[in-house]
Design a protein around this ligand. Structure first.
Ligand SMILES: [Zn+2]
Length: 448
């Protein structure tokens, strides 16, 4: 009896699930020496319809909660005839699954190999459980060689949290199993990898790719100066992938300049995994349509919106056995665009506009915090650390000087004028000389 490798044997080598027909689809692509990135819209729609129907059948058979939701909304059988019909499938709200570890489970608990949790900053965490096959077979089936040009010669430094959240371990698997790359599991300043050691390791092993958050990429820039490590010389990255926090284009440009390499945004979540990623053109995120179906809905009415209409991002996972997400309301805002990208990828483009609850109400209008950051970061005399404080609809900006000869008063006046010109909003400015740094998620907005 091969008891030692029981889990591997059951869950991977001989695992069979509702996803097997999709494995055949991707094998076929491999045989034709093509990838899902460049298939026609119609071919990808056919794939997605098939994947959605396999998922609907799977949840109908194996999950009481999903089944009753479908039955209550009039489904007599778990299938749709065309993709537009997906809008008749009920949406899934975070609150329904928050703190409940089995509600969406569609397999025997002993099949589960890995549990991930959301950070739960706004209440109880959301648990997502994966089978080993989910993570080591199905998740790796779709290949996106234009979006991810990484290869065996790359050394990827993963500076994301490894505890419970998906991103750290997710990128670790992607780099190792999809590209055969070497991984430096840096985490974010934990006990085994303080910042100086992390930078030292990146230098020692000649890291070529860094995956981290915008604020940690900024922190590493400052610390490299302190520890005498020259970015672009001692550490020569080919690219940085940013995830976990939103970030504006100007913040990105400043990081590109400091690190001397391309910086791309990646959008994903612990619940849904990888959702979309930027190509080199940096004109929005290509949806990872092998993994997910993305829809945009009106956040109030729930009605599905058309291309170019802004609303809430709703995600259906296509390659999940353990705990599929069907029409999951992300709470993020954005819009979809048909791809006419110079990179040649035909997958839709997603434009992110931030989280619903973090929209800023100023002068009776709603503003995305990225837009404010975008304008603020145009001023080279301030650092990458700042706070927006909203009090009764008034904006106060706390900013920190950076390599500038301006006095505090001059700098404050410059920021006030710039924001008024760019945004049309009068704000107060306070110059601070030591805004706090963080190893966690950066908090930049305070609403009083
Ligand atoms: Zn592109």
């Amino acid at each position: 009896m091969r008891s030692q490798s029981h889990k591997m044997t059951v869950s991977i080598d001989q695992h069979s699930s509702h996803l097997e027909p999709l494995r055949m689809f991707f094998n076929q692509l491999d045989n034709e020496d093509t990838t899902i990135e460049k298939r026609s819209r119609q071919q990808r729609d056919e794939y997605q319809l098939k994947a959605i129907n396999l998922t609907l059948e799977h949840v109908w058979k194996n999950n009481e909660f999903y089944r009753s939701m479908l039955e209550e909304s009039g489904f007599k059988q778990p299938s749709i005839e065309h993709l537009e019909q997906l809008s008749s499938v009920p949406m899934l709200n975070k609150n329904v699954i928050r703190g409940d570890k089995t509600k969406l489970l569609c397999v025997d608990p002993k099949e589960i190999g890995q549990v991930h949790l959301t950070s739960g900053t706004t209440g109880k965490p959301i648990y997502t459980s994966y089978t080993l096959a989910d993570q080591y077979i199905y998740d790796l089936l779709p290949k996106y060689p234009v979006l991810f040009p990484e290869t065996v010669t790359d050394v990827g430094a993963v500076a994301l949290p490894y505890e419970f959240a998906l991103p750290g371990l997710g990128f670790q698997r992607l780099l190792q199993f999809s590209f055969g790359a070497t991984v430096l599991s840096l985490g974010k300043g934990g006990y085994m990898a303080p910042v100086d050691k992390s930078l030292e390791l990146m230098k020692e092993f000649q890291a070529s790719v860094l995956v981290t958050t915008p604020s940690y990429a900024a922190l590493l820039v400052e610390e490299s100066v302190r520890f005498g490590i020259k970015l672009g010389q001692d550490i020569r990255l080919r690219r940085i992938l940013l995830t976990g926090e939103g970030c504006s284009n100007t913040f990105r440009s400043r990081l590109e300049k400091e690190w001397g390499c391309e910086v791309s945004f990646f959008y994903g979540s612990t619940e849904c995994g990888g959702i979309a990623v930027e190509c080199k053109e940096h004109k929005g995120y290509h949806v990872m349509e092998g993994h997910v179906r993305v829809e945009i809905v009106d956040p109030v009415s729930g009605k599905t919106l058309e291309y170019n209409e802004t609303g809430e991002i709703v995600v259906t996972t296509l390659l999940r056995d353990g705990m599929p997400m069907v029409r999951y309301r992300s709470g993020d805002i954005g819009y979809l665009q048909k791809s006419q990208c110079d990179c040649g990828i035909t997958m839709d483009i997603l434009h992110l506009r931030g989280r619903m609850e973090s929209m800023l109400h100023l002068n009776g209008n709603d503003y995305s915090p990225f837009l404010l950051e975008h304008f603020l970061m145009e001023i080279p005399d301030i650092s990458l650390w700042y706070h927006f404080i909203i009090d009764q609809g008034d904006l106060t900006i706390e900013a920190e000087p950076y390599r500038t000869s301006l006095s505090n008063e001059q700098l404050a006046a410059k920021i006030r004028k710039h924001m008024l010109d760019r945004l049309g909003i009068a704000c107060k400015v306070e110059i601070k000389h030591a805004l706090p740094r963080t190893f966690g998620k950066a908090t930049r907005i305070f609403i009083r």
